[in-house]
Design a protein around this ligand. Structure first.
Ligand SMILES: *[C@@H]1O[C@H](CO)[C@@H](O)[C@H](O)[C@H]1NC(C)=O
Length: 323
């Protein structure tokens, strides 16, 4: 009798242990494991947080200023709108080079959207179609710069951002959005304009179950004032291959005493388009360790590349470079 009881209780303990083990495995294996709450700017404070800044030729436009309060109040889920994905509507509104400015009012924000790129045709097509439909409803002035790495070396995403920032500065853009081609915004009110502090825009990504995996995540889609990007000497040019460069950027900001910000989650939802994983950069941990030390010698001031071609495509400014 005693033995049987003992066995029985052992059996229950066993089940408990297995249950705990499974919980632990799930906890470790799933991406929301570090889910943390974070501070954010809520909807009612977004407009005040955006910096009104435009390129020179927009400031000369003689019409009344666009209104943004309705766009923010109306913030809604737009990713399910089929017509946003089908085709670029009213394409005649878009200037060669993928530039748009509203005609009926003067935009308050000028934004250069910088997209590093190599061999992702399908995603690029989906990105351009959706983004031009999405961005025009925000009544901002913007231009899409596609920076394509033309050589066969490992992909150097951060260097392509540096090149894009330099090209965008040539056109006088005061605000940069550093944007991966595989990420698309879901909410109409995620304004593509700059805040006082650099902003992590895709803080509620479906890939991470709409949670933020860690507070120092500062990649995917971020906005930063052109002047701030120059102050931190841009990004590192040394990250060849996948990973690390975003954390390096965050280290640079910290080292300069620049904090980051985010909008409320209902403004910050993004989806990630599916693709094959990239080859990781084996050096990324070592590079990251010395991020702050290299900051002043590795970045915009050490940027060397060859511009192979710059072409005004109907939907983007295409800059082909050798790194
Ligand atoms: C503003 O001027 C730049 C050249 O400096 C030009 O590339 C751009 O298309 C102009 N934009 C608008 C909206 O007029």
């Amino acid at each position: 009798m005693f033995v049987r009881l003992w066995h029985r209780s052992f059996y229950i303990h066993d089940l408990l242990a297995i249950g705990l083990l499974i919980t632990l495995i799930v906890y470790l294996a799933l991406p929301f494991r570090f889910a943390s709450h974070y501070e954010y700017i809520d909807g009612s404070r977004i407009e005040a947080a955006l910096i009104p800044q435009v390129t020179r030729n927009i400031s000369l436009q003689e019409v009344f200023e666009c209104r943004y309060v309705e766009i923010l109040e109306e913030n809604r889920f737009v990713y399910n709108l089929a017509h946003y994905h089908e085709a670029v509507h009213r394409q005649e509104e878009i200037r060669p080079g993928g530039e748009f400015r509203p005609e009926q009012c003067q935009a308050r924000y000028s934004t250069a959207i910088i997209v590093p790129y190599r061999q992702r045709e399908e995603q690029l097509h989906a990105f351009l179609t959706y983004m031009h439909n999405y961005l025009r409803q925000q009544l901002i002035h913007y231009r899409i710069f596609l920076i394509e790495q033309f050589d066969h070396k490992p992909f150097n995403r951060a260097m392509l951002f540096n090149i894009g920032a330099q090209v965008a500065a040539e056109y006088g853009f005061p605000c940069l959005v550093l944007h991966d081609v595989d990420l698309l915004p879901l909410n109409s009110g995620q304004m593509y304009a700059c805040t006082e502090l650099p902003r992590h825009m895709c803080s509620a990504l479906d890939h991470w179950r709409f949670r933020l995996p860690y507070r120092g995540l500062f990649g995917g889609v971020v906005s930063i004032n052109t002047v701030q990007f120059q102050q931190i000497n841009g990004m590192s040019n040394l990250y060849h291959g996948w990973g690390g460069e975003d954390d390096d950027l965050y280290e640079r900001l910290l080292a300069m005493g620049i904090d980051i910000c985010r909008f409320a989650p209902e403004f910050s939802e993004y989806t990630m388009l599916k693709h094959k994983p990239e080859r990781p950069n084996e050096n990324r941990v070592a590079l990251l360790r010395a991020a702050a030390l290299r900051q002043h010698s590795d970045g915009l001031n050490s940027l060397v590349y060859k511009e192979v071609e710059r072409r005004m495509h109907s939907l983007f400014t295409h800059v082909l470079v050798e790194t």
